[in-house]
Design a protein around this ligand. Structure first.
Ligand SMILES: NC(=O)c1ccc[n+]([C@@H]2O[C@H](COP(=O)([O-])OP(=O)(O)OC[C@H]3O[C@@H](n4cnc5c(N)ncnc54)[C@H](OP(=O)(O)O)[C@@H]3O)[C@@H](O)[C@H]2O)c1
Length: 292
């Protein structure tokens, strides 16, 4: 019998990740803060839980995909949260991007009650969530990682065990730091090209034939060319991750002057009211600053 899955957080990513379990024949229960968002999954056969606690009671494995550390705090530690019913024989998988410190605290508390805990933040955006091809950066015990592999592979096509709890979150935050550099740097280049009269297609052709190519560049360049800033990953959430990275780096006494400066550019996008647009909207800030 496949394990009973409880999925908490049905946003852009979570709704698509949860759907994979229905498609792959797992019994599924769902919970979302705004209950209406559960409707499409409930219509396809998922059970609806009234609270995270009820979700945990109905499930063998709860997977969380919520916005930020305070949302995870609510899910786990609230009176109607998961903690009061955490037990032996039950597992908790955290896929949200949060701080390594909070992840360790969640694991400490739930493991003390016999629950198996794995962190598994993801990358691959809403397209990867839709296709079930996410990459999962895991932290936890090897035996828990191995046991939960069929559950992880319902959502993704590759899972890497990065180390103990906390290491998955560190790797995820470093990944989003790299995305910040790549996207902002590329957008600066695009605006310079535009002002210089260089064809953006030619710029992209050279970038893609070079040693510094990445599928990330055509993905975002296509959207920018169409001025399509519909959310794949919001500016608000990337700034949340940049802040988490800077806090982690500060606690380790690692200066990150590059990321600190980049965050201000993304903050400017939020100040313009583009926080709920895709991170490609940072292009509009650079364009505006350049008087284009
Ligand atoms: N989008 C991406 O490409 C991407 C890629 C990798 C990782 N991630 C990470 O995955 C997580 C989810 O991202 P997303 O893009 O799916 O975000 P999203 O569309 O904004 O969804 C956020 C989810 O969190 C819930 N939530 C927010 N605050 C809450 C609170 N205080 N208590 C309970 N639930 C709360 C929301 O509930 P409501 O529906 O009630 O608002 C919603 O279900 C984030 O940690 C993000 O950094 C995102």
């Amino acid at each position: 019998m496949p394990q009973r899955i409880g999925f908490a957080g049905l946003g852009l990513m979570g709704s698509r990740m949860a759907r994979q379990f229905l498609d792959k024949g797992f019994p599924l229960a769902v919970w979302n803060r705004t209950p209406e968002k559960a409707k499409p999954l409930v219509e396809r056969g998922a059970k609806r839980a009234g609270t995270p606690r009820e979700l945990a009671e109905m499930s063998d494995v709860v997977i969380s995909c919520v916005a930020d550390p305070s949302a995870v705090g609510r899910l786990v530690f609230a009176e109607d949260g998961i903690r009061p019913v955490a037990r032996a024989g039950f597992s908790y998988v955290e896929t949200s991007t949060i701080s390594p410190g909070l992840m360790r605290r969640v694991a400490e508390v739930l493991e003390a009650q016999g629950t198996k805990v794995l962190e598994a933040p993801v990358t691959g955006s809403k397209t990867g969530a839709d296709k079930g091809t996410l990459l999962l950066m895991c932290g936890g015990k090897k035996e828990v990682f191995d046991e939960l592999m069929p559950v992880l592979m319902a959502m993704g096509s590759k899972a890497v065990l990065c180390g103990p709890i906390g290491h998955g979150s560190v790797v995820k935050l470093i990944g989003n730091t790299l995305i910040s550099y790549m996207l902002e740097g590329f957008c600066e280049g695009l605006v310079v090209a535009r002002k210089a009269g260089v064809d953006a297609e030619k710029l992209l052709e050279v970038v893609m034939a070079s040693g510094f190519s990445s599928p990330y560049f055509p993905f975002k360049a296509t959207a920018i060319a169409k001025r399509d800033f519909e959310q794949h990953f919001s500016v608000d959430l990337l700034v949340k991750d940049q802040t988490l990275m800077l806090e982690e780096a500060a606690s380790l006494k690692v200066p990150m002057p590059g990321l600190a400066a980049l965050r201000e550019v993304f903050q400017a996008a939020r100040a313009q009211g583009w926080g709920q647009e895709d991170i490609a909207a940072v292009y509009k800030v650079i364009e505006k600053n350049a008087g284009v």
